[in-house]
Design a protein around this ligand. Structure first.
Ligand code: B12
Length: 212
């Protein structure tokens, strides 16, 4: 399945991707495993775009296919948690200049399904908006997403603004996205990082546990 699914998404074969995913879901394959295989295919699409073999329309198509998969009933997590007592609260957004939101939304859905209340600020979020939302909600965690190189700057500026506002030690900050690694996270000044939504969620859960 692994290779066939990576090939289908790399070739932007919408029908085949959906066929494989539906068959795997029926077999009981874990939805997170399917997402991580799809992500590898998206990396291939990005690489082909870099080599000018694919164009912007192809990036758009890959995004449309990915969204279709996320919208399948069996892929849905428990969205929009509004329970009485969330396990924790997270302010989330794709940082300034970056419009990619597929990864952000996956993290959001997973966090919701784990009982977190998520304040989703959307895409292209100005650093000040993160700080303002913190002042309004006093959330436990700030999560920033971004896949463009310039997202690193937006993330760092947001952390710096928390520092300037004297709020840095009040909140845990996690950054995520394809190009986030140990070095970029250290440069940004984040408390945690991951380029895998499930891993990121584990980090958030451990923070909440230690706080209690
Ligand atoms: C689909 C896509 C698009 C779609 C986005 C649709 C959408 N609604 O998001 C569209 C067509 C809009 C697009 C536009 C552009 N794109 Co684009 N795009 C992609 C592509 C192919 C896939 C991105 C994606 O959705 N991946 C799948 C998701 C699931 O992965 P992810 O985001 O990494 O998320 C996972 C983890 O990182 C993590 N995660 C994500 N966020 C968070 C947050 C937290 C807190 C945590 C814990 C975890 C976490 O969880 C997710 C699941 O595990 C990538 C290639 C790639 N390799 O990523 C290029 C890519 C990101 N795009 C690129 C470029 C250049 C562009 C454009 C500039 C193209 C142009 N000339 O206009 C524009 C930029 C627009 C803008 N200002 O943002 C480049 C970026 C290069 C760079 N280093 O800056 C890439 C890398 C392609 C490439 N190799 O050249 N793109």
């Amino acid at each position: 399945m692994h290779e066939a699914l990576v090939k289908a998404i790399t070739e932007l074969n919408e029908e085949k991707v959906l066929k494989i995913i539906k068959a795997e879901l029926e077999k009981g394959t874990d939805s997170n495993e399917l997402l991580s295989v799809l992500q590898q295919g998206m990396d291939n699409v990005g690489a082909l775009y870099e080599k000018s073999e694919y164009f912007i329309a192809d990036l758009i198509m890959s995004g449309i296919i990915f969204r279709e998969v996320l919208d399948l009933e069996a892929m849905r997590f428990h969205k929009d948690y509004v329970g009485e007592k969330p396990v924790g609260t997270i302010i989330l957004g794709t940082v300034r200049g970056d419009l990619h939101d597929i990864g952000k939304d996956i993290f959001k859905d997973l966090a919701n399904s784990a009982g977190f209340q998520v304040y989703d600020l959307g895409v292209d979020v100005d650093p000040k908006k993160f700080v303002d939302k913190y002042l309004e909600t006093k959330a436990d965690i700030v999560g920033m997403s971004g896949v463009l190189s310039l997202a690193i700057t937006g993330m760092k500026e947001t952390v710096d603004l928390f520092e300037e506002a004297g709020l840095r030690d009040k909140v845990k900050i996690i950054v995520g996205g394809n190009l986030i690694n140990k070095d970029s996270a250290a440069f940004i000044g984040a408390d945690g990082h991951s380029n895998n939504a499930m891993e990121g969620l584990k980090i958030c859960k451990s923070w909440i546990k230690n706080k209690a």
